[in-house]
Design a protein around this ligand. Sequence first.
Ligand code: EPU
Length: 340
Amino acid sequence: MPLAVERNASLKALNSFGVEARAAFFARVHSAAALGELLGAAPYAGLPRLVLGGGSNVLLTRDFDGLAVKIEVPGLRAAGETDEAWLYEVGAGENWHSVVERLLALDRPGLENLALIPGYTGAAPIQNIGAYGLELAERLHSVSAWDVDSPRVVEMPLADCGFGYRDSVFKRELAGKRIVLAVTLALPKRWEPIAGYADVANKLKARGVTQPQARDIFDAVVAIRRRKLPDPAAIGNAGSFFKNPIVTREQHRELIAHHPSLVSYPLPGGRYKLAAGWLIDAAGLKGATRGRAGVYERQALVLVNRGGATGAEVLALAREVQDKVREKFGVMLEPEPVIV
Ligand code: EPU
């Protein structure tokens, strides 16, 4: 198939914030071969690159003077097994939630806590998506990625992905060097429910479920997310805009002394993770509106496009949130999405 590269393309429909930005060049690719051909083609080879999947983890604040590529590699197929897990290879261009649903329908549970996370499968390893007591890293066998320098497809086992809380090598040392084409998921043969997260436990209790099956957890997570988080198709957003910050034992002791209702979680090693949503809420910013950007009413960790906002407006609001939280609590919030 010849390469179809669009010039001066609008990215508005391609980012979940729904902000306008234009790319000097834009192409969709459906295979490793097409990606190789595109990145090797004379006019595009040396340009700055912006890789998009579902566009659910990016804030575009300006036009992009380079090549934007949307990875649309399809496919979901059984890829063998290990002693502990069933393996499934999923193309980077598959919608994440639909993968969770389809595997559940195949009686392959294990991803239900990650239901309704917006975006494509290819983005899942970049920030090691996580919710309700589970992170992708716990269900990932390997990643198939395009290595820009070699250039060829490389298989990266879990151990090479450098996963942490909303973090991976794809965000750090390999940023711009590896482009995710597919992930191989590992779904546990001996499935057990992960139902300890307070919201999930409460929802199951309210529904009278005492021995949850994967479907019960899936339904509970979907209900919780629908209530708390805005649907990007209706209200532009990128999920949590900030990571939950991690502080030392001493900082935590000091904060709790001044703010007894602070929500925090102890981590192994003595540090604490703070609920950034609580910090923003307590700084009085929940529901705030600045221009056409806002802090979501039902979850202060989510910044939203109230209609027609620019990326710069959202970014200005994010800076204000960071400033107010730092002034009040002495804690710096780090954005979760990639800011372009
Ligand atoms: N809270 C407030 N006010 C708010 C929001 C939250 O007081 O406006 C308090 C809540 O009452 C709760 C605590 O903060 O006690 C934590 O809130 P929640 O359970 O909603 O989770 P979160 O820490 O805000 C994280 C993830 C979400 C994920 C949920 C559930 C991050 C940055 N965010 O949010 O992930 O769905 O836990 O596991 O880790 C995402 O990354 O895009 C995302 C939505």
